[in-house]
Design a protein around this ligand. Structure first.
Ligand code: ADP
Ligand code: ASP
Ligand code: MG
Length: 421
């Protein structure tokens, strides 16, 4: 069971969580619980780091930001004990949750499930702070924002759990962010592949890595709400959204339990920035000169367009990078100006990426055309396009994000039927 930030925000909420956990153990289940820091706490801690040192050392940043989860894991163990349950916390370094790779974006390498399994078998509820681990050098690491989802899936895999229930502040995965589109529909099931794509293009309900790991390890994941009353449908009856394999999905469709649409969901991402280089030489090797330094600096480039060449063998190149990396990218490109040979470097953070995702696209033509037409009808200008087998993304002006998401949701027939109708 994993509980996110809003579910853990304050002692009252933690008591609710403890009750939900107790219900599971009362049903005869052994349970490990992974918790997030209280809502807003990680942001607060990140700001402290920035104030202390703008160019902070990621290893010390991890020491600071991992603390939010230490607090909530101890508090939940205390609350469970106050209800008469046996419970104890297991910090990342105690389990241990071994991670590899860089600080602030560490990846889980292995979790030793032995001590955990033993403690659980003895009827003790294990409470584990999400987001944190320990490096081979014995230093605290964190797994990137939203990383508690990945901790939960990794723990589930380590103990061979029957299911990994991700409790959050919405009751499942919707056709789009229900906070933007009131008519978004809850999905009974979504495939790993689609969820992976949705998460990677901005649907923050699950961290992308957690979905990849669940897919690789075959962990059964359910997304459901912790904001429910005592009379709520029990988690074992699967009230939320199940992340399933393609085969399972086909079975659900055949049984008529799930309806298959060409588009499963729509996501948006406001965290990218656009970079334009004008009058780049239109010759072999020119774009390699641009992207090589960015790759070396581990800056991820997402959308790329190279305009039709101008006269005189020149062309404009436009691409996007994460907003957090924009300043670094800009400095690198200015540094390499002579090598690349561009005229002007223009940047714009006020852009958004809107994506439509669905495995139905593999076999159904016209999904992209519908998208472009629906946006055109509302006068929304498309600045760039990228596609994959199951996704189409467009770059638009950030101010038009909400409108675009709503318009597309309607265009693909995803709106929930009006209750009054
Ligand atoms: P937690 O703190 O529990 O990890 P998050 O804030 O990380 O919760 O994720 C839950 C939020 O994800 C929801 O409140 C919702 O606004 C947002 N969200 C974005 N896209 C979707 C979607 N397709 N379905 C459900 N929620 C979504
Ligand atoms: N507390 C961390 C964050 O806010 C991890 C998580 O909640 O998943 O990013
Ligand atoms: Mg989250």
């Amino acid at each position: 069971m994993k509980f996110g930030g809003t579910s853990m925000a304050g002692t009252e909420r933690i008591r609710r969580v403890a009750n939900i956990v107790r219900k599971q153990t009362a049903g005869g289940n052994e349970v490990a619980v992974v918790v997030s820091a209280m809502a807003g706490e990680t942001d607060r801690l990140v700001n402290f780091c920035r104030e202390a040192n703008a160019l902070y050392d990621p290893a010390e940043y991890d020491v600071v930001v991992a603390s939010g989860e230490q607090v909530t894991s101890g508090l939940l163990a205390l609350t469970l004990q106050s209800l008469g349950a046996k419970a104890r916390s297991w910090l990342g370094w105690q389990l241990p949750v071994r991670t590899i790779e860089a600080h602030a974006k560490a990846r889980v390498d292995s979790i030793d499930g032995e001590a955990l399994g033993k403690s659980m078998a003895e009827g003790e509820i294990a409470v584990i702070p999400g987001f944190q681990g320990v490096s081979d050098e014995g230093r605290i690491t964190t797994m990137g924002r939203g990383g508690s989802d990945t901790s939960a899936v990794a723990v589930a895999a380590a103990v061979g759990a029957d299911r990994c229930d991700i409790y959050t502040d919405v009751d499942g995965v919707y056709t789009t962010d229900p906070r933007i589109v009131a008519k978004a529909r809850k999905l009974k099931a979504v495939t790993y592949e689609e969820m992976l794509e949705l998460a990677s293009v901005g649907a923050k309900v699950l961290q992308t890595r957690s979905v990849g790991l669940a897919m690789k390890e075959g962990v059964r994941v359910q997304v459901l709400s912790s904001f429910v009353g005592d009379d709520a449908v029990p988690a074992d009856e699967l009230p939320g959204t199940m992340i399933v394999s393609e085969e399972e999905m086909n079975e659900l469709v055949e049984k008529g339990l799930v309806e298959r649409q060409h588009v499963t969901g729509i996501a948006h991402d406001k965290n990218e920035a656009k970079v334009i280089l004008t009058r780049v030489p239109d010759k072999p090797g020119a774009v390699a000169h641009i992207f090589e330094p960015l790759a070396k600096a581990s800056i991820n480039v997402d959308m790329i367009i190279q305009n039709v060449g101008r006269d005189k063998g020149e062309t404009d190149v436009t691409f996007t990078v994460p907003q957090a990396d924009l300043a670094r990218a800009q400095a690198l490109l200015e540094d390499k100006r002579d090598d690349i040979g561009y005229n002007r470097l223009i940047t714009d953070s006020k852009i958004a990426k809107i994506s439509v995702v669905g495995v139905g696209m593999k076999s159904h033509a016209g999904v992209a055309a519908t998208m472009f037409q629906a946006l055109a009808d509302r006068g929304i200008n498309i600045q760039a396009i990228t596609t994959s087998e199951i996704k189409v993304s467009v770059m638009i002006d950030e101010d038009e994000t909400e409108l675009a998401v709503r318009v597309l949701h309607t265009a693909y027939g995803l709106d929930a039927a009006d209750e009054a109708a």
